[in-house]
Design a protein around this ligand. Sequence first.
Ligand code: ATP
Ligand code: 5RP
Length: 334
Amino acid sequence: MTTKPERVVLIGVAGDSGCGKSTFLRRLIDLFGEEFMTVICLDDYHSLDRKQRKETGITALDPRANNFDLMYEQIKALKEGQTINKPIYNHETGLIDPPEIVKPNHIVVVEGLHPLYDERVRSLLDFSVYFDISDEVKIAWKIQRDMAERGHRYEDVLAAINSRKPDFQKYIEPQREFADVVLQVLPTNLIKDDTERKVLRVRMLQREGKEGFEPAYLFDEGSTINWTPCGRKLTCSYPGMQLYYGSDVYYGRYVSVLEVDGQFDNLEEVIYIETHLSNTSTKYQGELTQLLLQHREYPGSNNGTGFFQVLTGLKMRAAYERLTAKEAKLAVQV
Ligand SMILES: Nc1ncnc2c1ncn2[C@@H]1O[C@H](COP(=O)(O)OP(=O)(O)OP(=O)(O)O)[C@@H](O)[C@H]1O
Ligand SMILES: O=C(CO)[C@H](O)[C@H](O)COP(=O)(O)O
């Protein structure tokens, strides 16, 4: 940590395992800097260790396997500027290790399966995102990672995903109702019966009416836009690229929707898309493209997943700047 924060800004990053949360956190570090930001992984609040879960048949996704009272007390304490003694869940051993000291920081990110599940924890968050990856894409990503990097067999990966599904639908997925931004990753509409899942359709749902959050839009705020940017200024090989902007109702609330279907052939050309977006919360024209280019090696940098992850990060930075400026103003008035 650099200096003692006047105001701790709390960010929630929710989603199932293997949905791109770690990649997103790396993008947040690019924006805030490692020193300025502390990440709390909510797996550390598992109250049942691996053996206990196996014995009881309760999964880690089930609230009964997690200590929400402690989670709330400790996140609240951090937000109030206090140091906490946080438990640690050890993924290597499956055991709960002795706790560690965590100091408050300017930005505290709470990431994992349940940041929006408990009403008390949720109410502490200043900004939140939910990673909503469709089953088809989740399976493709998990199979690619677990087979290539962890030596798992195809059938085992599939069985693991299926065994988590009932609790995922009961306890994890419903949290998307409460997120300020939902990033949906779906199969492309550009290829009929695509099975490779390399080309993706990505949607960024931005909550309307949240104080200080101005959703990004394409061309004209409030309109419905379908845009095919391929041509002289954007190189698109097969199957091309399609953008959409419009409004929708999501869990009974208005959201602004931005969508990118397809992939970028040349990342430098993303600037062309960026210049047609407004309310991006960038500090200069081209910053979004620059941030993408900075880590072109991250998964998804060449499609809507990377693009919208960066845009969501910029919205979080804007929230941080607004909240800390407000705090500073109040301090001057006192
Ligand atoms: N945008 C993307 N495009 C393609 N593959 C991706 C993308 N994001 C993530 N993946 C794949 O999914 C894997 C998991 O991503 P990541 O580690 O960011 O997710 P996570 O939610 O933090 O997972 P875990 O909780 O299991 O650590 C990556 O190794 C990569 O194979
Ligand atoms: O969904 C998860 C969050 O990352 C894990 O499955 C959960 O934390 C249990 O971990 P492990 O499988 O290592 O015991």
